[in-house]
Design a protein around this ligand. Structure first.
Ligand SMILES: [Mg+2]
Ligand SMILES: [Zn+2]
Length: 170
């Protein structure tokens, strides 16, 4: 099984400074993200979301608020005909030393444990932060950084300006 591991905030929906998340009640989809997800699925990938949510344990949002926004996120995708395979999130604060906060590989390990048929060589990670690209490097998989900058000039790491630039690569 080929999997496209997607970051959520700043990649599919808008991201905000941590303190602004406190007042956010609805996800705001970024231009072209829905069409891109559709095309990724048409190319034979399953979609798994891998999202750092340290704003939970750091007190900016409640766990209930996280689930509320994520449920709205998934409902809108379903309405658009997009089924996610799964969503993995790390609720831990940056100082907790957990193994799941990106760029640690814990969430991808959880995904492989739950879906042993994942073929990592045919999979990739895409996100808008350095931690997304670093996670892919730590995991040894292909990655696409959106507006991350060119600090990562390595084989298997691609720089994109917007999410829809992904399509020619896959
Ligand atoms: Mg992000
Ligand atoms: Zn964690």
């Amino acid at each position: 099984m080929r999997v496209a591991f997607f970051d959520r905030d700043g990649t599919i929906i808008e991201d905000y400074p941590d303190h602004e998340w406190t007042g956010i009640n609805h996800p705001e989809f970024i231009d072209d993200s829905i069409n891109t997800l559709k095309e990724v699925i048409e190319k034979g990938y399953k979609i798994i979301i891998i999202t750092n949510q340290y704003i939970i344990n750091e007190g900016y949002i409640t766990i209930g608020q996280y689930h509320d926004i994520n449920n709205q996120f998934k409902s809108e995708l379903t309405r658009q005909g997009i089924e996610l395979l799964d969503v993995f999130y790390c609720p831990h604060g940056k100082d907790e030393g957990c193994t799941c906060i990106k760029p640690n590989i814990g969430m991808i390990k959880q995904a492989i444990h739950k879906y042993p048929e994942i073929n990592l060589e045919e999979s990739f990670m895409i996100g808008d932060s350095a931690v997304d690209v670093e996670l892919a490097i730590n995991m040894g998989i292909k990655s696409f950084g959106i507006g991350v900058g060119s600090n990562y000039k390595k084989e298997n790491i691609y720089q994109l300006n917007t999410i829809k630039d992904l399509i020619p690569y896959i």
